[in-house]
Design a binder for this molecule. Structure first.
Ligand SMILES: Cc1cc2nc3c(=O)[nH]c(=O)nc-3n(C[C@H](O)[C@H](O)[C@H](O)COP(=O)(O)O)c2cc1C
Ligand code: SF4
Length: 512
């Protein structure tokens, strides 16, 4: 009998380790034979720790489970799917899960993340096998045709980036994975690396074969110790199984892959800072051009892609570019793992084709606010994303539609706020975040953000007149147009959107 208890960091933080121990101890004490699999999470965070048992009809879910409830679950014969107040029925029939379109996350929560054999048993490595039958140019063309755009934030077409690296002659090329995932409210990269690391390893290997790179690096944020351990163990198993190294799947092709821990700074997620950090220097932004695709890691042509971009490649190679492209709308093709966070009843991960609206995500999936109060705003795309008011919740999640309302999708994180939020405080927070995280290389960001905090403080204290607000607006324009990278350049988005949509929080505050 198989019992699944997640090893995902979110589940662990909610007590999954103690639940796993309680199940093992109870089974030992009562001479019950069961196999405990430590899987990834299904992404329904409000049900964690979610325990699943295998049945002929599919996996049956119980959650959220506490160690104290374990004897009761055994008494209810949960190993055979017995009824219990915590029983959620078949996992894949839970509405939150059933109404998703899981392509990239198809195996997350399903497979044993530490076993290459289990990955293969669930259809893994079909993409790489297909890639090994194609020319590099044909692999790149498939990625291009799929319409895949970078999921790290900038939404640049992945195939064009790969083609640039393919066409750049060099003795050594690299594939680097940006797993710094610094945006507030985002966790898709972590969830994938902890739940299905072989998917990322396969995607990076395909990238290496496609552009002629024999070495890859995963740049992982240091604050992800569980993902680090999972990746290390998965990489070892991939080498053991011949999925990495000098003779991939007996093809005579080579690809080596290592994981490197990040330096703990938000700016290290910006691709050129990441490369500096990977080379052992302080994470500071490089001036472009040259692009990393031409002159990247150690001066060589380098792919820099986000975890989700690379992990979307296996399904594209396995099922074909047209299959992937058929999902989505307009120029936003495929699916997006959307992360629901903040003041919502049901936080978690929802993978859907582009085109789903914010309202569907916030209410049909998220269940509205956790506080029971009306939702007033969401911030989409991390700390540098714009605030979107409730009147625009019918906007579809697609790059162009969000850009048309002055917002951005970024890495697909959505953080919800109810009507108690003070948007002037949120604008101050954006400036403070920039001041804390600025790499200091250019003046508008380094100094502007600190001046921005001071101005916001004066507004918050209720200094009379609009002079401070006018200055904030002017400062935002300077940062927008004068910053060297997106940190300084995008900090104005949350500030300006907060002022535009919620002017009542800024004007006419009384002196405190
Ligand atoms: C300040 C800043 C922080 C960033 N942080 C991340 C990050 O944590 N992860 C990520 O994948 N991309 C991040 N990016 C975007 C990267 O610079 C780059 O566009 C991305 O890694 C390219 O991969 P993609 O094309 O697959 O999205 C950041 C950009 C900026 C300006
Ligand atoms: S905008 Fe900020 S983070 Fe980016 S290069 Fe300038 S100082 Fe560094």
């Amino acid at each position: 009998m198989k019992v699944f208890v997640p090893r995902d960091a979110a589940a662990l933080s909610l007590g999954a380790e103690a639940v796993a121990r309680a199940i093992s101890e109870y089974a030992d004490a009562h001479n019950l034979r069961l196999t405990l699999v430590r899987n990834g999470t299904r992404g329904m965070t409000w049900l964690e720790p979610l325990v699943e048992v295998e049945s002929a009809r599919g996996r049956i879910a119980y959650g959220p489970v506490t160690p104290a409830e374990v004897p009761g679950l055994f008494a209810a014969d949960f190993l055979r799917g017995g009824p219990h107040p915590l029983c959620q029925g078949l996992t894949e029939e839970i509405a939150y899960f059933k109404q998703q379109q899981r392509l990239t996350f198809a195996r997350v929560g399903v497979v044993d993340p530490l076993s290459a054999a289990d990955y293969v048993a669930h259809g893994g490595y079909a993409g790489l096998k297909q890639a090994l039958t194609l020319t590099p140019a044909a692999i790149v063309q498939a990625v291009l045709d799929s319409g895949l755009r970078g999921r790290g934030g900038a939404a640049f077409p992945t195939g064009i980036k790969w083609k640039t690296v393919l066409d750049a002659p060099a003795p050594q090329k690299y594939v680097t994975c940006n797993a710094d995932e610094g945006d507030s409210g985002t966790f898709a990269d972590r969830m994938l690396m902890e739940g299905d690391p072989f998917c990322l390893i396969e995607g990076m290997t395909i990238a290496g074969i496609a552009v002629g790179a024999t070495q890859g690096y995963i740049y992982l944020r240091a604050e992800y110790p569980h993902a680090y351990r999972t990746l290390k163990a998965a990489l070892e198993d991939a080498y053991r199984g011949g999925f990495l190294g000098a003779n991939l799947l007996d093809s005579g092709r080579r690809f080596d892959l290592e994981v490197r821990l990040g330096a703990g700074a938000y700016i290290c997620g910006e691709e050129t800072s990441m490369l500096e950090s990977l080379e052992g220097r302080r994470g500071e932004v490089r001036v472009r051009p040259p692009l990393p695709a031409i002159k990247g890691l150690f001066g060589q042509p380098t792919i820099v892609n986000n975890v989700i971009s690379l992990s979307s490649v296996p399904v594209i190679l396995e099922k074909g570019a047209a299959y992937y492209r058929d999902f989505g709308v307009g120029k936003s093709r495929g699916t997006l793992p959307i992360q629901l966070a903040g003041n919502l009843k049901r936080g978690g991960l929802v993978e859907r084709a582009f085109g789903v609206t914010l309202r569907e995500l916030l209410y049909d999936y998220g269940g509205g606010s956790a506080s029971g109060r009306p939702l007033r705003a969401v911030q989409v795309g991390g700390p540098l994303g714009a605030y979107i008011p409730a009147s625009q919740f019918d906007t579809p999640v697609d790059y162009e539609a969000l850009s048309a309302i002055g917002a951005l999708l970024g890495h697909g994180g959505i953080v919800a706020f109810d009507d108690t939020v003070d948007m002037a405080q949120m604008a101050r927070y954006a400036m403070e975040f920039c001041a804390e995280e600025s790499c200091g290389k250019c003046t508008p960001c380094r100094i502007g953000s600190t001046r921005g905090v001071e101005l916001m403080d004066r507004i918050l204290q209720g200094e009379p007149g609009d002079a401070n607000l006018d200055l904030v607006q002017e400062l935002c324009e300077t940062m927008l147009h004068g910053s060297l990278c997106g940190l300084g350049g995008m900090t104005p988005f949350p500030v300006q959107s907060a002022i535009k949509h919620f002017p009542e929080d800024f004007r006419g505050r009384t002196r405190q």
